[in-house]
Design a protein around this ligand. Structure first.
Ligand SMILES: CC(=O)SCCNC(=O)CCNC(=O)[C@H](O)C(C)(C)COP(=O)(O)OP(=O)(O)OC[C@H]1O[C@@H](n2cnc3c(N)ncnc32)[C@H](O)[C@@H]1OP(=O)(O)O
Ligand SMILES: O=C([O-])CC(=O)C(=O)O
Length: 377
């Protein structure tokens, strides 16, 4: 039986209702938890790179070697930022949330390089994939370290490029690989809240930058992409397994939400978790202090024991990113750098078979009444 059919469905949050068709991915279908254009995400995480996956999502098939090297060269050539965008980024304070920076960065890019017609949609999507790591790292390094970094590196892969810009040096092979896997895991996920936001915007025949700017805003919240950051804040002060259990039991008693657990569609597990968990364990050994990994495992066991709630893609991403020296507030922006592939492909899919998305509402307000003249109110 499909995992999704076991869930008690209700109208709240449009849960369980089909809101359209997609050929991009399946989530929570029996046999395989998550597929991108027919490929299991586990298979892709083991045997492909993020650029291959982005190509697959955008163009429909995995690239040949020649197509991949041409695609990587194209993306490399699109990493630079216009001076006017750098100036805007320099005006944003260090106290800003990096998701707000990306939202502004995407919107500003739309002013400087507008999508003039839908025939430019692939170019715009690729420009965003190439430029978002530059935008976030340019702002971060300027506002936090006072340096104006060069945003064009020779790294072939977007994940390695991101770490290079952030740390000012090329990453180790292990870190480059983990970033690559992480970007693959976050690339696409059917009609999640941020993708649906992008599709609603696309359905009005708006431009790509507006669709993606809106999607960034939806991803920012802790019930969605913001959960990786919130999970880090939760685990960072846990001293050991015992303390982790104490903290979580208290939160459960107070009926607080525990970020990084549960899912709107998956019922028993999120297939991305086992993959990033393994990499987090590997990184913890290299890091030389596995406390965060151990407390994360303790949280996972306790949540399943107490609530039958499982880790979603975000939970072990927290420790994995931390072990690679990534500041917590940059966790969700990395999700953006990846999900831009899915968002832009969904915008194109919506455009290819469009009807404006406009559902109805059940009215629960007061009945019809007349305006009392203002002097008598
Ligand atoms: C990449 C991603 O975006 S994955 C999602 C990231 N978000 C999070 O990690 C935030 C924490 N998780 C949640 O808030 C939720 O599980 C969501 C938003 C992901 C899904 O929400 P829903 O589909 O409404 O959850 P669902 O219907 O499965 O909830 C069932 C019950 O479990 C509870 N529950 C679900 N998740 C959690 C959690 N993380 N902590 C505590 N309780 C939870 C719900 O409150 C609900 O309880 P109730 O029946 O007493 O109201
Ligand atoms: O599908 C969802 O609701 C959230 C999610 O896991 C994702 O967007 O990756």
């Amino acid at each position: 039986m499909a995992e999704t059919t076991e869930k008690k469905l209700s109208g709240a949050g449009l849960r369980g209702q089909s809101a359209g068709e997609t050929a991009l991915s399946t989530v929570g279908k029996s046999g395989s938890g998550l597929t991108y254009r027919g490929y299991d995400v586990k298979d892709l995480a083991e045997n492909a790179s993020f650029e291959e996956v982005a190509f697959l999502i955008l163009y429909g098939e995995l690239p040949t070697e020649a197509e991949l090297s041409a695609y990587r060269a194209k993306l490399k050539g699109l990493r630079g930022l216009p001076q006017a965008l750098k100036e805007v980024l320099e005006r944003i304070p260090a106290s800003a949330h990096p998701m707000d920076v990306l939202r502004t960065g995407c919107s500003m890019l739309g002013n400087l390089e507008p999508e003039e017609g839908f025939d430019e949609q692939f170019d715009v999507a690729n420009r965003m994939l190439a430029a978002f790591p530059s935008i976030i790292c340019y702002w971060y390094r300027f506002s936090h370290d006072g340096v104006r970094i060069e945003v064009e590196t020779d790294d072939e892969q977007i994940g390695a490029h991101f770490l290079h810009l952030l740390h000012g040096k090329a990453p180790s092979e292990l870190h480059a690989r983990v970033m690559d896997v992480s970007l693959i895991l976050y690339a696409e996920h059917e009609f999640n809240a941020s993708t649906f936001t992008a599709r609603v915007c696309a359905s009005t025949l708006s431009d790509m930058h507006s669709c993606v700017t809106g999607a960034i805003g939806s991803l920012r919240g802790p019930l969605h992409g913001g959960a990786n950051e919130a999970a880090m804040e939760l685990i960072q002060d846990m001293r050991d397994e015992e303390h982790a259990r104490e903290v979580l039991m208290g939160m459960l008693e107070r009926k607080e939400k525990i970020m990084g657990f549960g899912h709107a569609i998956y019922r028993e597990s999120d297939p991305r978790n086992a993959i990033i968990k393994q990499w987090s364990e590997k990184l913890s050994k290299e890091y030389g202090d596995d406390r965060l990994y151990r407390v994360s495992v303790a949280c996972e066991s306790l949540m399943w024991e107490q609530k039958k709630l499982f880790c979603n893609a975000d939970f072990f991403h927290a420790s994995a990113y931390h072990f690679m020296g990534i500041p917590t507030k940059l966790f969700t922006p990395i999700f953006v750098c990846s999900r831009t592939s899915g968002w832009t492909a969904h915008v194109m899919e919506q455009r290819s078979n469009n009807r404006i998305i406009r559902p109805s509402a059940d009215y629960v307000g007061v009945g019809l009444r007349q305006v009392t003249p203002i002097a008598q109110r």
